[in-house]
Design a protein around this ligand. Structure first.
Ligand SMILES: [Zn+2]
Length: 467
């Protein structure tokens, strides 16, 4: 018996209480409050009511207020004209089940049918498929999340017990005015025909609402449908996060500048748009034997590379994904390596270097350029680098909802890149060869155009002699 009780409790909490708790606490797939400056959303449940809903629509029209109606399907079925009027006057129509029953007492299939039936009634009357759902009493069960993927669940941030007539218009008005604040999603009822409500309670609601609209309009608030409330909230959220991002990026560029000065970084290539910077320093990591021969050990002199952060942030901002950012960075490095090699050849500081090294989160393809890729030795440095680079890539790149977790982790876990000194020296020859090739190509072109001119002149010559 005791077991059965526990079991029953478990099932009930899984089916009913837990989802309610989750949705209320974490706002999961549920919208109940806006983060806005000026907007308030009025929502009306349980209607339409042939007596009170037209009066409500008149009142809203007088204040140019837009609202959201969560209609009960069985009430809406006979009120096609009211549904059409709501739509024509710019209001939003949402679903509030077909009969006013809690989702706790219905099987998931029944809930689904109720919603679909109501959606069809609304669509038949207005031509619009409703995108919003409010479960009666705000109660959802676990299956609602799976079933209602296409619907946005709307709860509320303020309710007042307006369904009881004995509350009185005056007390209702006082309670409502306390919630005259932007972002509120106000729950009221334009129909008193549901279980537990009083038939004529909407009369008080209309009186109190008029005072609320009057005062709200005076204070410059806008009464908007739930669609607009969500839109404005999201735009504000994006704006806030973009301000954050910009602040972080400029802080970081400042930090880079300070770092450059402090460590006397030298810039590779053209100074106005460099790909990276370097400094000659002492190697502090574990000893490494290169596959190509040679090795580097603690205390050896090495060249430490720093990718230019301004360039990185502009590449990241114009790339679709971290992977695309990586590919473009790789190309930049490929082009800059011969320049670095040349600069190192002329840098007396770098005469005795054993290797070139850098730490990066984007290392795919670096082996093609002659780098050998190593795991960072575990320790505080590896950990803090990992955290730093992860934050960086989140700030810099666009979110990637489709990226698979594993692949993504692999791309952004930092590695140490090491290039033996012989390899970087070869890049200098590549650069020389390139210059040589270029010179040959130019002299080729010159030669060809000279001979073409000579041919032409010769032809002219023959022509002249022919005359
Ligand atoms: Zn209701």
């Amino acid at each position: 018996m005791e077991n059965l009780l526990l079991w029953g409790l478990y099932v009930v909490s899984f089916y009913a209480f837990l989802p309610g708790f989750i949705s209320r606490t974490f706002g999961f797939r549920v919208f109940n409050k806006g983060r806005v400056e000026k907007e308030i959303s009025l929502t009306f449940d349980d209607g339409p009511d042939p007596h009170y809903t037209p009066q409500l629509l008149d009142l809203l029209a007088r204040y140019h207020a837009k609202a959201t109606f969560f209609v009960v399907g069985s009430h809406a079925e006979t009120q096609t004209e009211l549904l059409q009027r709501m739509k024509a006057e710019g209001h939003i129509i949402g679903i509030h089940n077909y009969v006013h029953k809690s989702n706790w007492v219905m099987r998931p299939r029944t809930v689904k049918r109720q919603i679909e039936r109501t959606a069809e009634i609304i669509e038949k009357a207005t031509g619009i498929r409703s995108a919003y759902y409010r479960p009666p009493w705000g109660i959802v069960n676990v299956f609602d999340y799976a079933n209602l993927g296409y619907l946005q669940i709307i709860l509320w941030s303020a309710m007042f017990g307006d369904w009881r007539i004995r509350l009185g218009a005056e007390r209702l008005k006082k309670r409502m005015l306390k919630k005259l604040r932007p972002g509120e999603v106000i729950l009221l009822h334009d129909c008193g025909m549901t279980l537990g409500a009083d038939k004529d309670a909407p009369r008080n609601m209309l009186t109190a609402l008029e005072a609320y609209l009057e005062e709200g309009t005076k204070r410059g608030y806008r009464f908007v449908g739930i669609d607009e409330m969500i839109k404005v909230t999201e735009a504000a959220r994006e704006f806030r996060s973009s301000i954050w991002k910009r602040a972080i990026i400029s802080l970081w560029l400042l930090w880079e500048k300070a770092f450059h000065v402090a460590f006397r970084l030298k810039t590779v290539g053209e100074t106005n748009d460099p790909a990276f910077h370097y400094r000659v320093t002492t190697y502090n990591g574990e000893a490494v034997d290169f596959a190509e021969g040679g090795h580097v050990a603690k205390g050896d002199r090495v060249v430490e590379l720093h990718f230019d952060n301004k360039k990185l942030s502009s590449i990241a901002a114009t790339s679709k994904s971290p992977v695309a950012t990586g590919i473009r960075m790789l190309r930049e490095v490929e082009q800059a390596l011969p320049l670095l090699a040349n600069q190192l050849a002329g840098d007396s500081d770098a005469k005795d270097i054993k290797a070139v090294y850098g730490v990066t989160m984007i290392h795919r393809g670096a082996d093609r350029l002659g780098f050998e890729i190593f795991q960072l030795p575990e320790g505080l440095f590896a950990k803090s680098t990992r955290v730093y680079l992860r934050i960086l890539i989140r700030v810099l790149t666009k979110p990637q909802p489709s990226a698979k977790g594993k692949k993504r982790r692999e791309t952004i876990s930092p590695r140490m890149l090491l290039m033996p000194v012989a390899t970087i020296r070869r890049y200098a020859t590549i650069q020389l060869n390139k210059m040589h090739e270029e010179a040959e190509r130019i002299s080729d072109v010159v030669e060809r155009s000279i001979s073409a001119a000579a041919d032409e002149a010769a032809q002219l010559g023959t022509k002249t002699t022919a005359i």
